[in-house]
Design a protein around this ligand. Structure first.
Ligand code: FES
Length: 99
């Protein structure tokens, strides 16, 4: 499987990972904090992050969670995605409001 580059915003930390990994695992591998009350079960909404770049399509379970968000789900080119459900498919930039 090909490797992709993940850049964490705003500081620019970079990590190369195999394509297809879920965002949550990559964030944890980078040593960054991330909400995960349901421990990746896809029910709590706590792991939402801003992502620019190619990810897996939004499946029905992720769409249902995103629809529960009270704030915006787009910020310029970035989209708000659920880290325990979305998979990284190419070079991406990831940020949160608390890093
Ligand atoms: S960790 Fe709960 S929805 Fe992702």
């Amino acid at each position: 499987m090909s490797a992709v580059e993940v850049t964490f915003l705003p500081d620019g930390q970079r990590l190369r990972v195999p394509a297809g990994r879920r965002i949550l695992g990559v964030v944890l591998a980078a040593g960054r904090p991330i909400g995960r009350s349901c421990r990746g079960a896809g029910i709590c909404l706590a792991c939402g992050v801003w992502v620019e770049g190619p990810l897996s399509p939004v499946a029905a379970d992720e769409a249902a969670l995103i629809a529960r968000r009270s704030g915006p789900t787009a910020r310029g080119p970035a989209r708000w995605r659920i880290a325990c459900l979305a998979r990284i498919e190419g070079d991406v930039r990831i940020g949160t409001d608390y890093w």
